[in-house]
Design a protein around this ligand. Structure first.
Ligand SMILES: Cc1cc2nc3c(=O)[nH]c(=O)nc-3n(C[C@H](O)[C@H](O)[C@H](O)COP(=O)(O)O)c2cc1C
Length: 179
């Protein structure tokens, strides 16, 4: 299976990066091919709703890192979103990528995919991750018509040592391995 992992944190060695690393380790051991896209370290622009992509039909006006991600969004079998919680949602870096689906929306939607959400947060109330999960499920299941294959919500993980001392990295590894 071809899997695209999109991360949204600006921390290269942060909490969510560890979830991504462990998921990838498990998935690669299971024989899957991974394309990792660390959105915070790519050349990306937010959609400016110019509608060029729809009126001209030649893609986005921005010729940036989406050019290398788009073929994976269109053709890969699974998309994994990895994000820390920022004000009860995904980070702007990862949301920017999703907004940029707009230029190739029908092609991305056309190929049915599986999806996974890996998220970390400082707090751990029963509602802490609710808006993030609702948004993720609305986009991938209700709108894109893709299938959710797993969600890991690593709460009470403010810094790297918190998650290193938890079972979440093992859960991410096992989820990757189980695909
Ligand atoms: C701008 C910003 C907003 C945040 N918002 C929340 C939040 O709404 N709820 C929460 O529990 N943690 C929040 N956090 C904490 C992060 O989700 C948490 O520290 C996470 O582990 C950081 O992940 P990273 O190391 O992968 O970047 C926020 C952190 C930042 C920098």
């Amino acid at each position: 299976m071809k899997i695209t992992v999109i991360t949204g944190s600006p921390h290269k060695k942060g909490t969510s990066a560890l979830l991504a690393d462990k998921f990838i380790e498990g998935a690669e051991e299971a024989g899957h091919e991974i394309f990792r896209f660390d959105a915070a370290f790519e050349d990306l622009h937010p959609c400016k709703a110019c509608e060029h992509c729809h009126f001209k039909g030649d893609g986005c006006i921005y010729k940036d890192s989406m050019e290398k991600l788009n073929p994976h969004l269109i053709n890969d079998d699974m998309i994994v979103f990895v994000t820390p919680l920022y004000y009860f949602g995904m980070t702007a870096q990862i949301k920017m990528v999703i907004d940029r689906f707009y230029a190739h929306n029908s092609e991305i939607m056309a190929n049915k995919k599986d999806c996974i959400l890996l998220a970390t947060s400082a707090d751990g109330n029963d509602w802490t991750m609710q808006a993030l999960v609702d948004h993720y499920k609305t986009v991938v299941e209700k709108y894109m018509g893709w299938e959710d294959k797993g969600i890991i919500l690593a709460t009470y993980c403010t810094v790297r040592s918190d998650i290193e001392n938890s079972n979440y990295p093992t859960e991410a590894y096992e989820l990757g391995k189980s695909i």
